[in-house]
Unconditional design. Structure first.
Length: 303
C-alpha cells in the first residue's frame, strides 16, 4: 500500500509540473501524423529516424464482423522449452492484412499469428485487420500478459522512493507477487543482471528501491556512480517469471533509469511524454499511438 501511495504522489507531482509547461506531447505527434493518412486504412509513413512505420488510422472501425479473435482479451506467455510461443487466430476472418500499435508486437502481417516470445509483454495493443478488397481497418485490442513499470518521475526528497511494477497493462490490478498466499509466485531479476548493475530490486515483488539504486548502501555503490551527473542514464534488462497464468514462463523487460539533481533540471519534453503515457495507462488506453513506448523511463530526482 505504501508503494502504491508513493506512485500516486509521483503522478500528482508530475501532472502539476507538466501542466504549467508548453511541450509537444505524444498525442499531438499522433494528431499531426494522422492528418495526412487515409481515415479508414493504415498507411506506411517515414519516421524521424528515416525508417518506415504504419500510422494509426484516424477513423478505424470497432465491433466489426468478422473480427480476428485470439480466444481471449488477455494472452499469457507460456513455457515452450525454448521454442517460440506462437498464438494463432481461433477464427478465419478471411484473406487480409494485419497491423498493430504500438511497436513491440511480433505480428504476422498475412496470417495474424503472434509470436509471444519475440513480443514486448505486459502491454496493451491495438490490432488492425484490413480485409482484402476493402479499405476499412477493423480494430480490436489485445493484452499480452506480463509486468511493466510506469513511466514516471520519483522525487526522493518527497518520499517517492519505490518503483512498483504493474501487471497485464492494468495500473489498478492488485499484484499477484505480494500479499497473503502469494509467496513465491513471482521471481524478478532471475539472472542477476539488474543487481550486477547495482539496481536494488526485490526478487519477489519486482519493486525497485530507487533511493538505494541512486545512493547505494554500506556494501554496494549506486547504479549511477559516486557522483551522478544530470541526465545520466542506466539501461537494464530485468528478467522475471510469473507463476499465475504464465506458469513461470521466462520473460524480460528493458527499463531505462535517468537521474537529475532537481525537478527544474528535468527536460520538459521528457516530462511531457511521461505525463502522456501515465495518463494513457491510467485511462486504459494504449501507451502510445505513434512511437515505441519501451523501455519505460524511470526518472529519479534527488530533490
Amino acid at each position: 500500500m505504501k508503494a502504491k501511495l508513493q506512485l500516486l504522489v509521483a503522478f500528482m507531482l508530475l501532472f502539476s509540473f507538466v501542466a504549467c509547461r508548453k511541450a509537444i506531447s505524444d498525442t499531438s505527434q499522433q494528431a499531426s501524423a494522422s492528418t495526412h493518412i487515409d481515415s479508414r486504412r493504415p498507411t506506411v509513413q517515414t519516421d524521424t529516424a528515416g525508417g518506415s512505420r504504419v500510422a494509426y488510422p484516424a477513423h478505424p472501425l470497432t465491433g466489426c464482423f468478422p473480427a480476428p479473435l485470439y480466444g481471449d482479451s488477455v494472452i499469457y506467455p507460456q513455457p515452450t522449452g525454448g521454442a517460440d510461443n506462437i498464438v494463432s487466430l481461433v477464427n478465419d476472418p478471411g484473406p487480409g492484412h494485419y497491423f498493430s500499435w504500438p511497436a513491440g508486437l511480433s505480428l504476422n502481417q498475412h496470417t495474424g499469428a503472434i509470436n509471444i516470445s519475440k513480443s514486448e509483454t505486459g502491454q496493451r495493443y491495438a490490432i488492425g485487420y484490413v480485409k482484402d478488397g476493402t479499405h476499412d481497418t477493423c480494430l480490436s485490442t489485445l493484452i499480452i500478459g506480463g509486468a511493466d513499470y510506469m513511466d514516471s518521475v520519483y522525487v526522493l526528497g518527497n518520499g517517492a522512493t519505490i518503483a512498483v511494477p504493474y501487471f497485464d497493462a492494468n495500473a489498478y490490478q492488485a499484484s499477484d507477487c505480494s500479499g497473503p498466499g502469494n509467496s513465491g509466485h513471482c521471481s524478478f531479476d532471475v539472472n542477476g543482471s539488474a543487481t550486477s548493475q547495482n539496481i536494488f530490486i526485490d526478487k519477489f515483488s519486482g519493486e525497485i528501491n530507487l533511493d538505494k539504486t541512486l545512493n547505494g548502501d554500506a556494501n554496494t555503490p549506486g547504479a549511477f556512480g559516486s557522483a551522478p551527473v544530470n541526465g545520466a542514464t542506466v539501461d537494464a534488462v530485468i528478467t522475471y517469471s510469473l507463476k499465475k497464468h504464465s506458469n513461470s514462463a521466462p520473460q524480460s523487460i528493458h527499463v531505462s533509469l535517468r537521474y537529475y539533481d532537481s525537478m527544474s533540471q528535468v527536460d520538459p519534453a521528457i516530462m511531457a511524454v511521461i505525463q502522456m503515457r501515465m495518463i494513457n495507462i491510467m485511462s486504459g488506453n494504449l501507451l502510445s499511438y505513434s512511437y515505441n513506448p519501451r523501455p519505460p523511463l524511470i526518472v529519479i530526482v534527488r530533490r
